[in-house]
Design a protein around this ligand. Structure first.
Ligand SMILES: [Zn+2]
Length: 474
């Protein structure tokens, strides 16, 4: 049984689950119950069901309080909406002209910049800012955060004191887990507008991402004092739990990690954990061709504090909610099992950050198990026989949070996820996994990403997985 969980949700919508009276579950978003119908959004469009066959609907947002560690709580993916500045569409001809027919008019942008360089009147500068903002918003809409950040930077060159631009640029950094760069931008914004609740809100997020829970708590308290905000309240409660628990913890630090552990854990174990993680970091980095921009937070718990703080279901062994949280009760030295758990959880950090937290759970868990060294030999027989009885796993239904799954269902989901990833790696090479992740990062739906790289639908993928299992193990 895999001892882990890293839930991932699409960023734009929290998932709901519709439980039918016949026991089936449907993962959906934007569920609306009215006039005897339950309607909901799926990748295939809006569908509806008669209320009479629905048992209940569980909204992800309702379960957040009882389950720290859902994806929406991730440091990199706190349920914090973009600042208004990010969505503000500049009402300006230059902005309308900057994006046309689905692309950015770079020639126009260059022309506006030269005009502002030659004669930096307020009007000329405003035109550059409006056009760059429109171009950045277009970049965000197509998932190209790098381009978007570049456009905000140009805007800031002409209007360095524009708080809206600074907030929008900082938000983008936060979404890319580039917390230090976000702090720099927010410091600038604070010098211009010291009493902005938005600045304090985003600064709290940046510090939380930098594993500075104490500073995150101060920023979020400050933001709340300036303006009540449910998102900030929720984030603050989470940070306070961490900061209180960790106030007595000891610390260790290496190039890529910030480790905290409580007095119950041996300092030698903490050092070995860091050494192991550094080695694993290099391996995963070269396999997935990615380097996380900031040090990764790791916390070692005794078992009971792990349960108290993470509030995870009983089948969860370790957890990655943006920080790697591992129970180490009774361990004094590195074991093979602990090294595997660390590698598994570390893989989640890489995959999460590489895809801007857009990777579906089945693919996350498949890759993490593959990287930790697990293979399908033991489960191959059961999976094949399920496949032959048409009782295979449905990849589409396991894209979002697994936190509500029973132990057995979760165990089955882990086994299929591994088998699918193992089949992809063996048939198409690990480089196809990297390509799929790149597509997901650029906002492709997962099945579309799979199709673009492997020319397979989910159904084809299950078939090729079954073929692979037969060939490899029988
Ligand atoms: Zn996992």
């Amino acid at each position: 049984m895999a001892v882990c969980l890293a839930a991932a949700l699409p960023q734009t919508a929290l998932a709901d689950t519709i439980y039918l009276k016949n026991g089936r579950k449907i993962a959906a978003t934007h569920v609306v119950q009215e006039n005897g119908q339950v309607s909901y959004e799926t990748s295939a469009g809006r569908l509806s069901l008669p209320s009479s066959i629905v048992d209940r609907v569980v909204h992800e947002v309702e379960s957040l309080d009882s389950q720290a560690g859902t994806a929406a709580d991730k440091a990199a993916n706190l349920p914090i909406a973009p600042p208004n500045a990010l969505a503000r569409v500049p009402n300006d001809d230059a902005a309308r002209a900057a994006v046309r027919d689905g692309s950015v008019d770079l020639t126009l942008l260059t022309k506006l910049e030269s005009e502002a360089d030659a004669n930096p009147t307020p009007t000329a500068v405003a035109r550059v800012v409006a056009a760059e903002t429109a171009a950045a918003q277009f970049g965000i809409s197509v998932g190209d955060f790098e381009q978007a950040a570049a456009h905000y930077n140009v805007g800031l060159r002409y209007a360095p004191d524009d708080v809206g631009l600074l907030l929008a640029a900082a938000y983008l950094r936060l979404r890319r887990s580039e917390y230090s760069a976000a702090v720099d931008l927010l410091d600038r914004a604070r010098r211009i507008d010291p009493d902005s609740p938005e600045v304090a809100k985003l600064a709290g997020w940046a510090y939380y991402g930098l594993n500075r829970a104490g500073d995150a708590v101060s920023e979020w308290k400050r933001s709340l004092a300036l303006k009540p905000d449910a998102e900030v309240q929720h984030a603050l409660e989470k940070a306070e739990r961490d900061s209180q628990e960790e106030s007595t913890y000891r610390e260790g630090e290496t190039t890529h990690f910030r480790l905290r552990y409580n007095g119950g854990a041996a300092p030698e174990l903490a050092r070995e954990v860091l050494r192991t993680l550094e080695t694993e970091f290099e391996e995963i980095s070269s396999t997935l061709n990615y380097v996380p921009p900031e040090p990764i937070g790791v916390i070692l718990y005794t078992n009971q504090t792990f349960v108290d703080i993470t509030r995870a279901p009983s089948w969860v062994g370790a957890l990655n909610d943006g920080r790697i949280r591992v129970p180490v009760e009774g361990l004094t030295t590195m074991t093979n099992e602990l090294a595997r758990v660390l590698k598994h959880e570390l893989t989640h950090s890489f995959v999460g950050q590489k895809t801007n937290e857009r990777c579906p759970v089945w693919l996350q868990e498949g890759i993490a198990q593959y990287m930790e060294g697990k293979r399908s030999r033991i489960s191959a027989g059961a999976l094949l026989s399920a496949y032959e009885r048409h009782m295979e796993f449905s990849l589409g239904s396991y894209e979002t949070s697994w936190l509500n799954l029973s132990r057995d269902t979760a165990s089955n989901a882990y086994a299929w996820s591994l088998a699918v990833v193992e089949a992809i790696v063996n048939v198409d090479g690990i480089v196809s996994i990297e390509r799929i992740l790149d597509r997901i990062a650029a906002q492709s739906a997962t099945e579309d990403a799979i199709h673009a790289v492997l020319h397979d639908s989910y159904a084809d993928l299950m078939q090729s997985t079954a073929q692979y299992l037969r060939k490899a193990y029988f």
